[in-house]
Design a protein around this ligand. Structure first.
Ligand code: SAH
Length: 399
C-alpha cells in the first residue's frame, strides 16, 4: 500500500520535527484529504515546502487524527517495529517487572513510549492492551505477534475504546494465551487488589495513583479519619486502612461500588464492617455530613473529568473549585485534602488557581505539602506535556 502524503502547516511542522507526536486536524494543509481514507493507513508527513517530517498512522481520537510513529523515512511499520518499541519500553520497567511487592503497573504508555493510542498494562503475568482508535487497532496482528515474540505471558486481554469518542466497545476482551481466573489478586507495594480483566472497561484499580496510595499509606493515614470521595472500588480507602487510619468512609454513587469496596477490603484482611461504605452522590454526602456535623482529618477528592448524574453534571474544569470548597468545609483544622484530577484540558497552574480560589472563598489558610503527576511507568515525553494528565496536590488546611 502506498503511503498518503500529508502536508503539515509550517508552525506545527517545526514542532513535529522536534518530536511533537500528535497529528492535529487543524494542522493539515488539506483537511479533506483524509475524508475518503480508511483509518490505519500510513501517513507520510511533510512540511509546506515538502521536506520530510515523519510517518504516522491515521486514527481518529478525541485529540487528533493520528500519531507520528517514526521520523525515519524508510522504517517499516511492521512486527519488528513494534517489537523494538516494546522491548525498549519493557527494559525501562525491569525493576517493576522483577518486583515482588508490585505486580501491577503500566508497561507501555502510548506516545510516551512511541505509539500514541496504545497502552499495555501488566497484571501479574497478564497483559492488557488498550486501543484508542480504529486506526491503531488495524495493527492488532503485528502488535500481538510482536508481544508473543518478546515475552512469555499467561494471557492477553484487550480494551477497545474507540466506537464513539473513546467509549468502550463491549466484547469478550480475551485475546490469547490462557484465560485468567477472576478476581486476579495483584499487589501494589504489598497492598492486594482484586482485578477483573474481562468485566468492562475498568478492571478495579487505576494504576496511575500508585505513588499517591503509597504516600497515604505511609505518611498520611495513621490515626486519622479519612473521607474518600468518588471512591470507585475504594483503593485509596484500602491504602488508608492498611496505613492504620482510625476509620475510612468511602463515597461513590455507583451501586456496584459497595460490593467492590467490600471485596478490596476483604482481600486485604480488613474487616469492612469497621469501615463506612456509602452509596451516594458526593454532593449529597457533603450536605449530609454538614447537617450531622461530621468532619475528617484526611479528605480525598478524585472525581472523573466529567460525570453526569441524575441531578447534575460535574466537569472538573468548571466545578473543581466548588468541590474543593465543600471538602474544605468538612476538613478538620490541620487536616489534609488530597486533590486529584486526571483532566487533561488544564494544567497544574490552573489546578493551583482552583485551590487558591476555593480557600479564598472559604476564608481559609492553606499550605501545599506535596504534588504528584504520573508515575515513572506512565512515561510521557517532553514534546507532548499534555500527555501528563495527572495532577495530585496534598494540601494542609491551617484554620
Ligand atoms: N478515586 C477512584 C477512581 C474514581 S473513578 C480510585 O482511586 O480508584 C470515578 C468514580 O466516580 C466512579 O466510580 C463513579 O461512579 C463515581 N462518581 C461519579 N460522579 C459521582 C458523584 N456525583 N458522586 C459520587 N460518585 C460519583
Amino acid at each position: 500500500m502506498t503511503d498518503v502524503t500529508i502536508k503539515i502547516k509550517q508552525r506545527t511542522a517545526t514542532k513535529m520535527k522536534k518530536g511533537y507526536p500528535l497529528i492535529e486536524q487543524a494542522a493539515l494543509v488539506n483537511r479533506d484529504l483524509l475524508s475518503t481514507s480508511k483509518e490505519g493507513i500510513i501517513l507520510r508527513l511533510v512540511d509546506e515546502a515538502g521536506s520530510f517530517i515523519g510517518k504516522g498512522y491515521y486514527g481518529k481520537q478525541n485529540k487528533g487524527v493520528g500519531w507520528m510513529l517514526t521520523r525515519t523515512e524508510h522504517e517499516a511499520i511492521d512486527t519488528a517495529f513494534f517489537s523494538r518499541l516494546f522491548q525498549a519500553a519493557f527494559q525501562k520497567r525491569l525493576a517493576l517487572l522483577q518486583s515482588e511487592s508490585t505486580t501491577a503497573f503500566r508497561l507501555f504508555n502510548g506516545e510516551g513510549d512511541g505509539i500514541g493510542g496504545l497502552t499495555i498494562d501488566y497484571y501479574d503475568g497478564f497483559y492488557v492492551c488498550t486501543w484508542y482508535s480504529e486506526g491503531i487497532y488495524t495493527f492488532r496482528n503485528e502488535v500481538y505477534k510482536a508481544l508473543e515474540s518478546i515475552v512469555s505471558f499467561k494471557g492477553v486481554y484487550e480494551k477497545k475504546r474507540f466506537s464513539t469518542k473513546g467509549t468502550y466497545v463491549e466484547d469478550d476482551d480475551f485475546v490469547m494465551g490462557e484465560r485468567g481466573e477472576f478476581p486476579l489478586l495483584v499487589k501494589e507495594n504489598e497492598i492486594t487488589f482484586a482485578i477483573y480483566l474481562n468485566d468492562g472497561p475498568m478492571v478495579g484499580v487505576f494504576l496511575d495513583q500508585r505513588e499517591v496510595r503509597r504516600r497515604i499509606h505511609d505518611e498520611y493515614a495513621k490515626g486519622k479519619t479519612v473521607l474518600n470521595t468518588f471512591s470507585y472500588t475504594g483503593a485509596f480507602s484500602v491504602a488508608a486502612a492498611l496505613g492504620r487510619a482510625e476509620k475510612t468512609t468511602s463515597v461513590d454513587l455507583a451501586n456496584r461500588s459497595l460490593a467492590k469496596t467490600i471485596e478490596q477490603f476483604s482481600v486485604n484482611g480488613v474487616d469492612y464492617e469497621s469501615q463506612d461504605i456509602v452509596v451516594m452522590d458526593v454532593f449529597n454526602y457533603f450536605k449530609y455530613a454538614k447537617k450531622k456535623e461530621k468532619s475528617f482529618d484526611l479528605v480525598i477528592l478524585d472525581p472523573p473529568s466529567f460525570a453526569r448524574s441524575k441531578k447534575r453534571t460535574f466537569s472538573a474544569e468548571k466545578n473543581y473549585t466548588d468541590l474543593l470548597q465543600e471538602a474544605i468545609s468538612i476538613t478538620n483544622k490541620d487536616g489534609v485534602i488530597v486533590a486529584s484530577t486526571n483532566c487533561s484540558t488544564f494544567g497544574m497552574d490552573k489546578f493551583h488557581s482552583f485551590i487558591g480560589e476555593a480557600f479564598k472563598r472559604e476564608k481559609g489558610k492553606y499550605e501545599i505539602l506535596e504534588e504528584y503527576t504520573l508515575p515513572e511507568d506512565f512515561r510521557t515525553t517532553k514534546a507532548f506535556r499534555e500527555g501528563n494528565y495527572l495532577k495530585v496536590v496534598f494540601i494542609k488546611k491551617h484554620n
